[in-house]
Design a protein around this ligand. Structure first.
Ligand SMILES: CC(=O)SCCNC(=O)CCNC(=O)[C@H](O)C(C)(C)COP(=O)(O)OP(=O)(O)OC[C@H]1O[C@@H](n2cnc3c(N)ncnc32)[C@H](O)[C@@H]1OP(=O)(O)O
Ligand SMILES: CC(C)C(=O)C(=O)O
Ligand SMILES: [Mg+2]
Length: 513
């Protein structure tokens, strides 16, 4: 029987450490549900001791998920472990993940501890965690820059104290594949009682080697991979889930192991992560980039027409990119919409479907063919929105080469209609100035990105903004076939999120909405 590699997803914890990634509790819950559907074995939901907001999100995810193991990360401090346990204990399958650094650089400069003190901290932490739950993982932060024999001693002590998984992180993305494989092999061969635990790996992508290092370690016997969807994460990111899973599936002849991932859920999950975090996937990204299955050159197209095996090592359907679709447009009904959404991985309640259906019809009036990317926007906007305190009712802009850019806007503010006009450096600037004046807000625009969600001149434009006001930071998203309207919607969405943060100090303490 082929051996199983466990997939430990840390999109909600290490992924959320990406600069600019931010998710509110409702979005985290939605993503956690999708990750369970994707079939991840372990879902690291957050770092409960970090803030009330993180604790709240981890607790809610734990209460919702039954099958998937839900892990909470914590330092070796007893108070951190207690907090992690309080958050994950409601899960059907809870796990405590405790860590401490083992490299001399971290010991000397960061922890100010010696090697024996670190081992004592590991033993106390793992024993205590084990008194709370059977499932305990220990990670040796900065393992790839640690002394190998010391590392094996630490892992041996963790296993003796009850750890069921020991994790080898390449925390700063320093390792080279052959070197990392050698390290994993060394740990497997020299850690006392290693057979009683699973060896996990957790790589970062600072040198663009996270997937290669992960596969190299799996090749010598690591049996858990810690990954994030789209490879988001601290600095250059983590190993990407889709790359590891599809490499193991496609090259099963070379690496004969399996995962429990339902690969046809990969694409919907990738889109959801991108929509929720506002982090756009680069077009040439392996597996999930817009060009990953596109063939442009004539010789390639000729080969594809003669036999797709000439240039295609994976089929797009395998990751959930479905070629065979009913065309959805303004004449489509709820059944066709529900069917398509199910194919894309969205199982909506009747109430959610009604919300999405109304938005779908509004869009279909403006756009002839509705493609999957449009539906994802409609679903995300329809069911993951915050309360609309400010709502865009009307927008008119005039701009061009010889006119002063002007915008006229009508908003409803908590149900009350207000109107105004202002000018700016361009149509978007004038719309933003008018909206700021009408709402009486003074936010600073930290980031503004525009992308097209599908091909063609009637493609939906998606705008993401990041706003800061009085120390609070919020993300706003908007989409529309008209890019100026999409920009106004994104700005208003961001302002609504700032209003929500002002009214919800728990979320504000975490600044994740
Ligand atoms: C590689 C990784 O991804 S590690 C995980 C990174 N994630 C996070 O840091 C989550 C967000 N963090 C936070 O919210 C905060 O850092 C908190 C709440 C966890 C801690 O905040 P503070 O108590 O103010 O400490 P601060 O973050 O400034 O410093 C960390 C302290 O923990 C110590 N520490 C760091 N890692 C560990 C560990 N694994 N076990 C024990 N102590 C540790 C540091 O040495 C430092 O101790 P010191 O205060 O005695 O110098
Ligand atoms: C906490 C650990 C597993 C980590 O994220 C790292 O070392 O990169
Ligand atoms: Mg990490």
């Amino acid at each position: 029987m082929t051996e199983r590699v466990y997939i430990f997803d840390t999109t909600l914890r290490d992924g959320e450490q990406s600069p600019g990634a931010s998710m509110n509790t409702a979005e985290k819950l939605r993503l956690a549900t999708q990750l369970e559907k994707l079939g991840v074995d372990v879902l690291e939901a957050g770092f409960p001791a970090a803030s009330e907001g993180d604790f709240d999100a981890v607790s809610k995810i734990a209460a919702k998920l039954e099958r998937t193991q839900v892990a909470g990360l914590c330092r070796t401090h007893k108070a951190d472990i207690d907090r992690a346990w309080q958050a994950v204990k409601h899960a059907g399958n809870p796990k405590i993940h405790t860590f401490i650094a083992t490299s001399d650089i971290h010991l000397k400069y960061k922890l100010k501890m010696d090697r024996d003190q670190v081992i004592a901290a590991v033993v106390d932490a793992v024993k205590y965690a084990k008194s709370l739950t059977d499932q305990v993982e220990f990670s040796a932060e900065d393992a790839s820059r640690s002394d190998r024999d010391y590392l094996c001693k630490v892992f041996g002590a963790a296993i003796a104290a009850g750890a069921t998984v020991v994790n080898l992180p390449d925390t700063v993305g320093y390792a080279i594949p052959s070197e990392f494989a050698e390290l994993a092999r060394y740990v497997l061969d020299h850690t006392p009682d290693m057979h009683r635990a699973i060896l996990s790996v957790h790589c970062h992508n600072d040198l663009g080697l996270a997937t290669a290092n992960t596969l190299a370690a799996i090749g010598v016997g690591a049996r858990q991979a810690e990954v994030t969807v789209n490879g988001i994460g601290e600095r250059a990111g983590n190993t990407s889930l889709e790359e590891v899973v599809m490499a193991l599936k496609t090259r099963n002849n070379y690496l004969p192991v399996t995962t429990g991932i339902h690969t046809e859920q990969i694409y919907p999950t990738s889109r959801l992560v991108s929509m929720i975090t506002g982090i756009i996937v680069q077009p040439n990204k392996a597996i999930v980039g817009a060009n990953a299955f596109a063939h442009e050159a004539g010789i390639h197209q000729d080969g594809m027409l003669k036999n797709p095996m000439t240039y295609e090592i994976m089929q797009p359907e395998a990751i959930g990119l479905n070629a065979n679709k009913l065309v959805l447009g303004k004449h489509s009904g709820r059944h066709a919409l529900r069917d398509r959404l199910r194919d894309m991985g969205y199982d909506l309640s009747d109430e959610e479907l009604n919300i999405v259906f109304t938005k779908f019809k509004e869009l279909a009036d403006k756009k002839k063919h509705i493609v999957d990317e449009d539906l994802e926007v409609v679903v995300t906007e329809g069911i993951l929105r915050t309360t609309e305190y400010f709502k865009l009712e009307y927008l008119h802009v005039s701009a061009g080469t010889s006119v002063m850019p002007m915008a006229s806007v009508e908003l409803s503010i908590n149900g009350r209609r207000v109107r105004g006009a202002d000018w700016g450096n361009g149509p978007i600037d004038s719309a933003y100035n008018t909206i700021a004046k009408l709402t009486g807000t003074h936010s600073e625009l930290l980031r503004f990105t525009v992308s097209a969600l599908s091909g063609g001149t009637d493609a939906q434009g998606e705008v993401t903004v990041r706003l800061r006001e009085n120390g609070l930071v919020a993300l706003g998203r908007g989409s529309d076939p008209d890019i100026i309207t999409a920009s106004a919607k994104a700005y208003i969405n961001g302002l609504n999120r700032l209003e929500y943060l002002k009214a919800n100090p728990v979320q504000a303490s975490q600044q994740t909405i």
